[in-house]
Design a protein around this ligand. Structure first.
Ligand code: C2E
Ligand code: MG
Ligand code: MG
Length: 448
């Protein structure tokens, strides 16, 4: 009797610590390990936090049953490739935590990472359908002495998050610098919430110069954020946070409103037709109110559609190509210009250039930076200009910082130039003053 009771207790305990889907140890087991001072005999051990990339998409597109089947298939392969010494637990959903007892050189941890990377190189088959699965991993390391389970788990989780942030399909070892990044991100998010109401945003405007004549074509509106706690925060740091939290919709609408008001004021001084280029983020353009808001603002400010150019990046096509194409077609049917920003750094799919009514292409400043010395960059820029011109697309070079670059770009027949060499982005009152005094063109031409 005692024996069977004992056996039943053991069985119950085993079940309580086992994940029913994959048969691996579960989260409860991992936490139970966490109670122990040093869970494994080794002096040093690594913790690998593994998360399947875009698993939600698989569940959403193919259903949860297939999602579960995929997890089982993935687990079988993990079981085959990971050595006996390594404890594998399913932490929940599509997350696995591996504990690797190791030596000073962290040899086993590195080997395990390599094996994991290899394992996910070949597709997983379910009902004869192949799925390519990629994973992001974060790794933390601890000595037996000073071991703190919670800290290790948190560190591995943070590292995994950073691996995702840097483009997924990737692994990263925890580094205390990551904490600083995450804290700053949180601060940005918190302070961003009140930034619009507290009027902390402003726009600056950078002139774009026609290469042949040296005349100003128009301006690109660039957002600036001056926060009371954080000071000046670069848009490269806060726009991604605004996008992730959905705040970009309101901020983006404010940008459009302000830029439209500025171009009305500027063009009314001398009856000019300067163009205002406005950066629009992918999240913003997919908003059902994007078009109606934009048209309403254009109408209320009384400006011409032709004065507005919407700058998009290739990332917009990652979301929903068909939808984005229909929005772009709508804009161009009204005479609003479309510009493809940062060309050459992202996916640079040539088919977009062909299929879409893009008016302007902005060659990324990566190609301009070393243009004078780098023959390959020269070939790239010259070819992009040729290609664009064949397709009837207007070319703007970004980040032009000196006269030699201007000369070379002119030789390559690039249409338009933007960069610190001609002008840094200007505050609206400074810009207006230059225009009212008639000094804008002369200042720029003096550098031409
Ligand atoms: P972008 O649209 O490619 O803007 C050009 C960036 O290059 C600007 O940085 C500009 O100040 C900088 N730049 C201009 N000339 C030069 C030069 O000669 N040398 C160098 N090194 N840099 C130059 P900024 O203002 O920091 O903006 C960074 C990015 O943030 C922009 O890249 C754009 O993607 C985004 N952004 C800025 N304003 C907005 C906005 O209102 N809405 C959205 N969604 N994104 C914005
Ligand atoms: Mg831009
Ligand atoms: Mg750009």
């Amino acid at each position: 009797m005692a024996e069977t009771l004992e056996a039943r207790d053991k069985e119950l305990e085993r079940m309580a610590y086992t994940d029913s889907l994959t048969g691996f140890k579960n989260k409860a087991y991992l936490y139970e390990l966490g109670w122990m001072e040093a869970p494994i005999g080794a002096e040093l051990f690594g913790m690998i936090y593994l998360d399947i990339d875009n698993f939600k998409n698989i569940n959403d597109s193919y259903g949860h049953t297939l999602g579960d089947d995929l997890l089982v298939t993935v687990s079988e392969r993990l079981r085959d490739c990971i050595g006996e010494d390594v404890i594998v637990t399913r932490f929940g959903g599509d997350e696995f935590v591996l504990i690797v007892p190791d030596d000073r050189g962290l040899q086993l941890t590195h080997e395990t990472i390599d094996k994991l990377i290899d394992t996910f190189k070949t597709p997983f088959f379910i009902d004869e359908r192949g799925f390519f699965v990629t994973v992001s991993m974060g790794i933390s390391v601890s000595e037996r002495e000073g071991y703190d389970f919670d800290l290790m788990l948190k560190a591995a989780d943070i590292a995994m998050y950073q691996a995702k942030e840097s483009g997924k399909n990737n692994y990263m070892f925890y580094d205390p610098e990551m904490d600083r990044k995450i804290k700053r991100r949180l601060l940005i998010e918190m302070n961003l919430r009140n930034a619009l109401d507290d009027e902390e945003f402003s726009l600056v405007y950078q002139p774009q110069i026609l290469a042949k004549s040296g005349q100003v074509r128009g301006f690109e509106a660039l957002i600036r954020w001056n926060n009371k706690e954080l000071g000046q925060v670069s848009p490269l740091d806060f726009i991604p946070v605004a996008e992730e939290t959905g705040m970009i919709e309101k901020i983006g609408k404010w940008v459009i409103q302000s830029a439209c008001e500025t171009i009305r004021t500027i063009n009314s001084v001398n009856g000019t037709d300067y163009i205002m280029s406005i950066n629009v983020s992918p999240v913003q353009i997919s908003n059902p109110f994007f078009l109606t808001d934009l048209y309403e603002i254009i109408q209320e400010t009384g400006i011409k559609n032709e004065w507005i150019e919407i700058e998009i990046t290739e990332n917009v096509f990652l979301a929903n190509v068909e939808e984005v194409i229909s929005i772009i077609l709508h804009l161009t049917s009204r005479g609003i210009l479309i510009s493809l920003d940062d060309f050459g750094t992202g996916y640079s799919s040539l088919s977009y250039l062909n299929k879409l009514p893009i008016d302007t292409l902005k060659i990324d400043r990566e190609f301009i930076r070393n243009l004078i010395h780098d023959k390959d960059d020269q070939k790239m820029v010259e070819s992009i200009v040729l290609l664009a011109h064949k397709l009837g697309i207007f070319l703007v070079a970004e980040g032009v910082e000196n006269q030699s670059q201007v000369r070379l770009l002119n030789d390559f027949s690039c249409d338009c130039i933007q960069g610190f060499y001609f002008s840094k982005p200007l505050q609206s009152d400074a810009l207006l003053e230059l225009i009212e005094s008639g000094n804008l063109d002369s200042e720029i031409k003096s550098k031409y």
